[in-house]
Design a protein around this ligand. Structure first.
Ligand SMILES: NC(=O)c1ccc[n+]([C@@H]2O[C@H](COP(=O)([O-])OP(=O)(O)OC[C@H]3O[C@@H](n4cnc5c(N)ncnc54)[C@H](OP(=O)(O)O)[C@@H]3O)[C@@H](O)[C@H]2O)c1
Length: 291
């Protein structure tokens, strides 16, 4: 029987990349939903939708991702990022469906001097991070769950740092960008490919399905300043990138100063080759330039 894969929050960055890549997987039935088709905060509707579809896999990309806004509306962030996951998990009871849930580096406070491992103790410093950690706990309520923590996600779809800097590089002589936050950017296209490789590999018995938490980002480490410089260079712009401290931008959100994720577990479990952030960034910018 053909495996049915349900993707929630499918109009976002990651969901759109999964949709784009899904055409390469003709052996599976993909069902893409966003709030209009399946609002995951509606427990009853979620239960009915999932029971009728009876998917073999769910990739939960539905999320409240407005990190700054979440500080003033933690309730809504929690409703979607944790309540939505709880509703999905409740709808799965009695099935053999596997859940791939996406989480974030923001579950950590960023004080580690070395890359975060999956079993490091989370300690979120932001409303968004707390809501996503609550979502992880809800997802763990289903034993057939893989949680993928990712960081600094960008894509040719939606709004993100790469597209913002590209736009500023085209119109401004200089931009200030913080240099005291380090992490690893993630091209959503690479994460989408990794998720589809994991699912197809498990279905084809190339991999054993191991529930639990896995980290995924592109390889390498940089600051937002380094990333902005690379974007400006790739754009062929003369715009000057000026390094500034985070304290120059007072914000309610305490962003992790260091949020590099150790990817050994996902690389070794699923035989993945993860591209370096510079390679993927240039792939994304080339794609943006073509469209
Ligand atoms: N973006 C990042 O930098 C980043 C970093 C680390 C981890 N992550 C995680 O990675 C995942 C994917 O992120 P992304 O950047 O692709 O997010 P995104 O672009 O914001 O997409 C999220 C999608 O979820 C939809 N959604 C919101 N509420 C919903 C609901 N109640 N029911 C169903 N769908 C709903 C959104 O629709 P609307 O637009 O209509 O609200 C949107 O289409 C998320 O779990 C996020 O927390 C993101």
């Amino acid at each position: 029987m053909m495996s049915t894969i349900l993707v929630t929050g499918a109009s976002g960055q990651l969901g759109s990349e999964i949709r784009e890549r899904s055409v390469r997987y003709s052996g599976y039935t993909f069902v893409f939903t966003d709030t209009g088709e399946l609002d995951v905060t509606d427990a009853e509707a979620t239960a009915v939708f999932i029971a009728e579809l009876s998917p073999s896999w769910i990739i939960n990309c539905a999320a409240y991702t407005a990190v700054d806004k979440a500080e003033d509306d933690e309730e809504t962030a929690t409703l979607i990022n944790a309540g939505g996951v709880e509703n999905i998990v409740n709808a799965l009871m009695g099935s053999d469906c596997r859940l791939i849930h996406i989480s974030t580096d923001y579950v950590f406070d960023g004080t580690s001097p070395v890359p975060y491992l999956e079993n490091d103790i989370p300690s979120p410093d932001s409303a968004y991070g707390r809501s996503k950690l609550a979502g992880e706990k809800a997802a763990m309520g289903w034993p057939q769950t893989v949680i993928i923590r990712t960081s600094w996600l960008y894509s040719s779809y939606g709004n993100n740092f790469v597209k913002t800097i590209l736009s500023k590089a085209g119109s401004l002589r200089s931009i200030n960008v913080v240099f005291d936050q380090a992490g690893s950017p993630t091209y959503a296209a690479d994460l989408a490919s990794a998720i589809l490789e994991i699912i197809s590999g498990v279905i084809q018995n190339r991999y054993v399905f191991v529930p639990g938490i896995f980290n995924y980002s592109n390889e390498g480490v940089c600051s937002w300043y380094d990333l902005a410089r690379e974007i400006v260079t790739a754009a062929g712009s003369e715009c000057e990138v000026i390094p500034v401290r985070s304290s120059a931008y007072p914000s309610k959100v305490r962003r992790p100063a260091y949020s590099v994720l150790d990817k050994t577990r996902i690389r070794e479990s699923y035989n993945l080759t993860i591209p370096h952030w510079r390679t993927s960034l240039n792939n994304c910018i080339s794609k943006i330039n073509r469209t």
